[in-house]
Design a protein around this ligand. Structure first.
Ligand SMILES: NC(=O)C1=CN([C@@H]2O[C@H](COP(=O)(O)OP(=O)(O)OC[C@H]3O[C@@H](n4cnc5c(N)ncnc54)[C@H](O)[C@@H]3O)[C@@H](O)[C@H]2O)[C@H](O)CC1
Ligand code: K
Length: 503
């Protein structure tokens, strides 16, 4: 699904008004009805709701929501922030409607002294600023945000917490932004919702559809997307009756070293659970019995070294190669990785120590075959590209890296993000904090490898693998607390995850 910038959303909004057609006041009412509906279903009408309305359409939404909630017998109070200019257009109309209705106590905030005290058991609806925010909060809005952040009331933000920008917050002061418990965003999540440092500002966020025009949504181009099952389900092939294991590719996994054989084991199992026809695990000699016993479905290619990866044989027979989990970074392993890069496998996924080695030898980066998939966690990514400050800047570096080296980068995290050399970005929507556990990344590498070997386009392999990996982790928490989740549970649930994506 597409993620648009707030500027694009405003344009889609205008197009909807003209093309549907719908009066802008009615579109605002549609948004307000969705928000009110959510509040009615989630709140008891014994809790007072205090609305803070700003000068623009975000404030207009808040005024309309207050009127609707009052119709449903909620006790509402509205504070309009006075910027010394009269309200215009739809916000002015909604102020008028609210006064006409006469059910809501109305107040104005003109100075710091008139900021009301907010009781702990109240609900605050934040309608100060939405997507029209033009600069970071200062003056009166900053003081209101500070007062709300100091209170213990439940805060529900309309569209976006006031003070947060939809995209680039690299120059923002996040301490000044209203901290919402819930953010009810209209029609599209904003880019900044996918960045970890905004989690505490957004609380839990939900997207409320307001019926913006589908044709303009499909025609508006954006590099930013988030992953949904609908968009990837057709990438998972239906297995043909007369197929055989040769139809589904032969993967080579280069993983494990003395003391880190588990990484090879987990990646192998995950690879096999992802539909690959054949898997050869290249492992140090000492790992032979372990892998053969624990993963009898895998064939083994045994390194001359007892301890680590130092060599590999002909790559001809393999449809994809994966390297990295548990390899270590010893000099002989580094040399072997260099030879692997020089052999230029057609389809390659690199993880963990393979990435750490690349960080030690950035001069090898140009050797990466086009469309190789790199799956760093944030620390590995930082070792590769250097520190990048906030997430928005980090996204720019990730994109630049993908474009410079023509590789797909899967940066693992709460919303794992995939960047492609063509400039597109995909944020994942599955997964949970229980997956922040040893071996979880090895499982992902195995899945990517299994899909690549089956002839998935590399970007599709990355997208499907990331989504399925997260979904399997979510399914694992149905019966098991997040705290107890281990990487093997993700593998156990992969079958059900693929089943659900295919549906
Ligand atoms: N998504 C949709 O299609 C719909 C969204 N709706 C709501 O509209 C807002 C966006 O409204 P807009 O009027 O463009 O902007 P704001 O309400 O965020 O505020 C603009 C207002 O505030 C002034 N301003 C901006 N920044 C500051 C600042 N830092 N300090 C002081 N004043 C500031 C600016 O000059 C303007 O006067 C969207 O978020 C939704 O909530 C529609 O209601 C339905 C369709
Ligand atoms: K808001």
């Amino acid at each position: 699904m597409k993620i648009f910038t707030t500027k694009q959303i405003a344009a889609i909004d205008q197009f909807t008004i003209q093309q549907e057609p719908i009066a802008s006041i009615d579109l605002m009412e549609r948004a307000a009805l969705q928000i009110a509906n959510w509040l009615i279903h989630h709140l008891s009408n014994e809790r007072k709701i205090i609305f803070f309305a700003g000068p623009g359409n975000n404030g207009g939404d808040a005024l309309a929501v207050a009127r609707i909630m009052a119709e449903h017998d909620f006790i509402c109070e509205v504070f309009l922030v006075d910027f010394g200019k009269p309200l215009q257009a739809e916000p002015a109309e909604n102020w008028h409607r609210l006064k006409e209705q006469g059910k809501v106590k109305l107040g104005r905030i003109e100075s710091q002294e008139s900021i009301p005290a907010v009781p702990d058991d109240a609900v605050v609806v934040d309608g100060l600023f939405g997507s029209g925010l033009s600069r970071k909060l200062d003056g009166l809005p900053l003081q209101i945000a500070a007062a709300l952040n100091a209170s213990r009331a439940l805060v529900v933000a309309i569209d976006i917490p006031s003070g947060l920008f939809g995209e680039d917050n690299s120059n923002n002061d996040l301490g000044a932004v209203i901290q919402a418990d819930y953010t009810l965003t209209l029609q599209f999540p904003k880019l900044s919702f996918f960045f970890p440092e905004h989690e505490a500002l957004l609380g839990r966020w939900e997207v409320l559809p307001i019926g913006l025009h589908p044709s303009v949504i499909s025609e508006t181009e954006t590099p930013f997307h988030f992953l949904t099952a609908e968009e990837i389900s057709d990438k998972i092939p239906v297995r043909k009756k007369f197929s055989h294991k040769g139809t589904y590719g032969h993967a080579l996994l280069i993983a494990g070293s003395y003391g880190k054989v588990g990484a090879a084991l987990l990646a192998s199992k995950a690879c096999l659970r992802s539909g690959v026809g054949l898997l050869t695990a290249h492992i140090p000699h000492s790992a032979y019995q372990i892998i053969q016993t624990a993963v009898p479905e895998a064939m083994c290619s045994i390194d001359a070294s007892d301890l680590m990866f130092t060599e590999f044989s002909d790559l001809q027979q393999f449809s994809a190669v994966g390297a990295g989990p548990g390899l270590g970074v010893k000099p002989n392993t580094r040399k072997a990785l260099l030879r692997l890069l020089e052999a230029s496998p057609a389809k390659l996924v690199l993880d963990a120590d393979a990435l750490n080695i690349l960080a030690m030898h950035p001069e090898w980066l140009p050797l990466l075959p086009e469309n190789s998939i790199l799956t760093p966690h944030p620390k590995e990514f930082e070792r590769l590209v250097g520190p990048s400050g906030d997430s928005y800047s980090g996204l720019q570096s990730q994109l630049a890296f993908s474009q410079k080296y023509k590789v797909i980068v899967v940066l693992k995290g709460a919303h794992t993000r995939i960047t492609s050399p063509d400039g597109r970005v995909f944020f994942n929507t599955t997964g949970n904090p229980g997956m922040a556990t040893a071996g979880s990344g090895d499982v992902l590498t195995g899945i990517v490898l299994g899909l690549l070997a089956q002839d998935f386009e590399p970007l599709d392999a990355a997208r499907v693998a990331v989504y399925a990996h997260g979904l399997a982790g979510d399914l694992a928490t149905v019966q098991c607390d997040e705290l107890s989740l281990i990487a093997s549970d993700i593998i156990e649930n992969l079958g059900e995850a693929f089943f659900q994506i295919r549906k």
